[in-house]
Design a protein around this ligand. Structure first.
Ligand code: PMP
Length: 339
């Protein structure tokens, strides 16, 4: 029987779950990665993008030919632009000037109009997220077909994508034999959404927080402390977003880059998985959970996005060396000459 998807939106989600060999062998657990990099926009954020667009259409806020506005440093913008294009919407993305050229190029390729603003903290009214909210309100007034603000941090259509998609998919793919789920937080949509689906079934939920983020400190001590820094992108939150409201992890760890990055390099060298830095934080978190739970458990985590998005940073030996981060041997070698 031929199986044909009607459009790109229908190809979002239902990603495979694969066994991570080394992590599983080292811990005596089954550590499984949900391959979100296999979504059409090569990241987990396609799910949130689709859910936010569908929600706005259902509410009558987004009309055919309308414009979607968002402040984003990358994956959400790519998801909104691609899914938006397939459904007939325009996308305007507000992005800090400091973001990598790869991401800006991909956003343009995906059909987004880019508005570049100087990098500024959230308290500054010209911060990219706050700027995008104002721009959306202005375009909603002036464009004949209107505009919406995707507002991924505080729009719970984002969490719903995972409560109704990612979480139930994990349950079905494991036949209900899953003991733990762990991932990092950007908006919190993935972690809180999967928790909404799986915590009531007895699955333990773990937070893997990068350095420079404050949620580990919040959930373990009640204070927002964010020591250290991380080169990972798309994660690291310091407030309770609307997507995190009502959520509480059962376990929590702070994962340094020195622990996460060797995992990313190892997965590429030995298991053919080309991933971004946040996936390393997630797998490191799954390994920590496995060690705490002991052998024999099944733990699922998220492989968030594809590694080619980070060639000039994570996979650039000079970039790593400048920051005192470990450089894998194979990345540092001169190209081999094949006789
Ligand atoms: N990893 C990457 C690479 C991301 O872009 C994001 C989204 N910002 C996340 C992880 C975190 O996902 P969420 O927003 O659902 O918390």
């Amino acid at each position: 029987m031929p199986v044909i998807k009607p459009d790109l939106a229908a190809a979002v989600g239902n990603t495979p779950l694969i066994r991570l060999r080394r992590a599983s062998e080292e811990t005596g657990c089954e550590i499984l990665g949900k391959c979100e990099f296999m979504n059409p926009g090569q990241s987990v954020k396609d799910r949130a993008a689709l859910s936010i667009i569908r929600d706005a259409v259902a509410r009558g806020e987004l009309q055919p030919g309308g414009t979607i506005v968002e402040g984003t440093a990358g994956n959400t913008g790519i998801g909104l632009a691609l899914v938006g294009a397939s459904m007939g919407f325009r996308t305007v993305i507000v992005i800090p000037e400091t973001q990598s050229q790869e991401k800006k190029d991909m956003l343009r390729l995906a059909g987004a109009e880019l508005v570049q603003v100087p990098a500024a903290p959230y308290r500054n009214p010209n911060n990219y997220v706050r700027y995008s909210g104002r721009l959306a309100a202005e375009l909603a007034r002036t464009l004949p077909r209107g505009a919406i603000w995707a507002n991924q941090f505080d729009n719970i259509a984002n969490r719903r994508a995972h409560a109704e998609g990612t979480g139930p998919e994990i349950w079905e793919q494991t036949g209900g034999r899953v003991d733990g789920f762990v991932c990092a937080v950007g908006t919190g949509g993935t972690l809180a959404g999967v928790a909404e689906a799986l915590q009531p079934k007895g699955v333990k939920i773990g937070l893997a927080d990068p350095e420079g983020a404050a949620l580990h400190s919040y959930y373990t001590q009640g204070t927002f402390d964010a020591p250290g820094t991380s080169i990972t992108e798309g994660i690291g939150q310091s407030r309770i977003t609307a997507n995190l409201e009502g959520f509480r992890p059962d376990m929590s760890w702070r994962i340094p880059d020195s622990e996460a990055l060797p995992i990313v390099f190892d997965l590429l060298e030995h298991e053919g998985l080309c991933l971004g830095g946040s996936s390393g934080v997630n797998v490191a978190g799954a390994i920590r959970m496995a060690r705490e739970m002991g052998p024999g458990h099944t733990i699922v985590t998220i492989l968030c996005d594809y590694g080619t998005r980070y060639q000039s940073k994570l996979f650039n030996p000079d970039f790593l060396r400048e920051r005192g981060l470990p450089v894998p041997r194979w990345l540092d070698r001169a190209p081999a000459s094949i006789p």
